[in-house]
Write a protein that binds this ligand. Structure first.
Ligand code: URA
Length: 366
């Protein structure tokens, strides 16, 4: 097939056939389509969208680009949750081990940071030695021993999503509904799940800015999943301020450890932070006046964390696990003048200076 013609077809708002979608995805996963052509196609999808049939077929093609997990006969029900992405969204790190305490298996295929939102895999890799690359045999063996794995897309598991996800992250094509649906559902369907809960975020720190958009996204994902026999429920959750009090990879892991310990003792958190990564600069960001926090804009906080190095600006950028923001005040909290609103964890004076004006614009106190 002639790739430029497929890009032009989508650019002009026409519907791609089953064969064209299948070809695009398998050829891209096999390295036969270069990133620059796939970027152009993703941008065409961003502007032109896809029909329900195209989205369904894109999801199937992406799922089939790698293995679909198989389990031993009579194994426990397989369940999972997936978030559409938000700033400070660390729920998987707490929820997956909690679910695994019950008689279920949690086979979680996750992603890296995407746009201003952090990724579960990057967070886990801030723990020295953590391996998010298990093959299918080791992944199932881990389910048999502890009931849970959290792994990434790989050359064998959802390879098309692995490549397209990294490309979307740096080409301004993340917040396209069909691309989000296919990315999430191809991973979840490759897990061969019985049940799935979708956490669909909306607000400044999410890809869907309004509740109405989030509702449409939830309906599209549910339709795709139902046709493949997975029972799906969803939550629509606001994301106007960061979730929890930390943003940044190692900082969020430490917060999750605290949560799993029932908001446990400070020394456990300190110990985890000491073992994990520590930024050389920890800078308090003071309240300019006394009053109630009215705004803690999740999108701007997310952008600040990417600028600090917690996310990627180019596809090959390395993540700085140590940087981010901690002890973030919540909307509705009262603060005194000169009390810290949050702490910035930075690698250099230069990056610290770059984020301070952003933070000033993110916060309103009245
Ligand atoms: N999570 C994913 O796995 N993919 C997306 O596109 C967005 C959130």
């Amino acid at each position: 097939m002639h790739i430029p013609s497929l890009i032009e077809k989508k650019r002009d708002g026409r519907e791609l056939s089953t064969e064209e979608i299948e070809f695009l995805i398998s050829a891209y996963a096999d390295g036969e389509i270069p990133d620059y052509q796939m970027s152009a196609w993703a941008m065409a999808v961003f502007f032109r969208g896809m029909t329900a049939r195209e989205t369904q077929e894109l999801t199937g093609a992406m799922m089939r680009s790698g293995w679909v997990l198989q389990y031993p006969k009579d194994s426990p029900p397989k369940i999972d949750k997936h978030s559409t992405g938000g700033v400070g969204d660390k729920v998987s790190l707490v929820l997956a081990p909690l679910l695994a305490c019950d008689k279920v298996w949690v086979p979680m295929i996750s992603g890296r940071g995407l746009g201003i939102t952090g990724g579960t895999l990057d967070k886990l890799e801030s723990i020295p030695g953590f391996n998010v690359n298990l093959d299918d045999r080791r992944a199932v063996a881990q389910l048999e021993s502890i009931g849970v794995f959290i792994i990434g897309q790989s050359a064998d598991l959802c390879p098309a999503d692995k490549k397209l996800y990294a490309l979307r992250d740096v080409t301004g094509t993340v917040s396209s509904q069909p691309l989000i649906v296919a990315s999430i559902m191809s991973k979840k369907l490759a897990e061969s799940l019985d049940r799935l809960v979708l956490d669909v975020k909306f607000g400044s720190g999410a890809f869907m800015k309004t509740r109405a958009e989030a509702k449409k996204l939830a309906a599209a994902m549910t339709a795709v999943g139902k046709r493949m026999g997975v029972k799906i429920s969803h939550l629509l959750t606001p994301m106007d301020e960061p979730l929890g009090r930390t943003v940044g990879n190692a900082l969020e892991v430490a917060e999750c450890v605290e949560v799993l310990h029932g908001r446990g003792p400070q020394d456990v958190t300190n110990l985890v932070l000491e073992a994990i990564n520590r930024a050389p600069i920890v800078h308090p960001f003071f309240a300019p006046l006394s009053g109630t926090v009215r705004k803690m804009d999740a999108e701007i906080i997310g952008r600040a964390s990417v600028l600090l190095g917690a996310g990627r600006q180019r596809a090959n950028d390395a993540i700085d696990f140590a940087v981010g923001l901690s002890q973030i005040k919540k909307i509705g909290e009262y603060v005194k003048a000169h009390e810290p609103l949050l702490f910035v964890h930075a690698r250099s004076d230069h990056t610290l200076a770059a984020v301070l004006p952003l933070l000033e614009s993110a916060i309103v106190i009245e």
